[in-house]
Design a protein around this ligand. Structure first.
Ligand SMILES: [Zn+2]
Length: 216
């Protein structure tokens, strides 16, 4: 059971926020090529950098989905460098570096002090409670500070065009698609933003509680 005093991270999805994705393939007015689209498209808000965004509500009603991130709030945390728990700034005012909790499953190293993740930053005030309460973090979390963040791409579900412009699920979910993968972006429904972290350094201990992390 989840006890009531556990803070519900800002970034988590709620059951009432899910929206059925009604998809089809339609001609892109710019390129004339087929691309994945919502059936009632909203051209100003449906696409970012050529990729279709999964629709989601943001009213935070229903049950908390402890293993799912709300696409809109995840995106907002990444773009504005907000803490995924309290939605406050995750940048250290003294150093300008960002605080980041890294887990084995949510991170892929791509350089000696950097890599890809879809987990937003966490501010120092929220780190001890996150490490204490989140079962996934208790298993394999390390706290870092990060020198730079770059938008790398998305996690997406992939579709292919069927008869009459139908969107047929291609069998792959949560596939990483980079912003430069122009051949794949028109077939992708983005569910999370992925960023590339640079200049990662193990963080100084925040408190005795935070130090327990690595040990457990
Ligand atoms: Zn916070």
């Amino acid at each position: 059971m989840i006890s009531p005093e556990i803070p519900v991270p800002y970034v988590l999805a709620y059951s009432g926020e899910a929206v059925p994705q009604r998809l089809s393939f339609a001609e892109d007015p710019m390129s004339g090529m087929l691309r994945l689209s919502h059936r009632a498209p909203r051209p100003r808000s449906d696409w970012t950098r050529g990729v279709l965004l999964a629709r989601i509500r943001t009213h935070q009603r229903g049950e908390v989905m402890w293993r799912m991130l709300n696409r809109h709030r995840q995106w907002q945390c990444m773009i504005r460098h907000l803490c995924q728990v309290c939605a406050g700034p995750a940048t250290d005012p003294a150093t300008g570096r960002l605080w980041w909790v890294i887990t084995e499953t949510g991170f892929r190293a791509t350089e000696s002090a950097g890599g890809l993740t879809n987990a937003p930053p966490t501010c120092p005030a929220c780190i001890p409670a996150s490490l204490r309460f989140c079962p996934q973090l208790r298993k394999s979390a390390t706290v870092y500070t990060v020198g730079g963040v770059e938008f790398a791409g998305v996690l997406a579900d992939l579709y292919e065009p069927g008869p009459g412009g139908q969107a047929v699920f291609a069998g792959e979910r949560n596939v990483f698609v980079g912003w430069e993968e122009f051949a794949i972006l028109p077939y992708a429904l983005a569910t999370q933003m992925v960023v590339r972290l640079h200049g990662m350094e193990p963080a100084p201990h925040l408190s005795p509680e935070a130090a327990l992390v690595v040990a457990s």
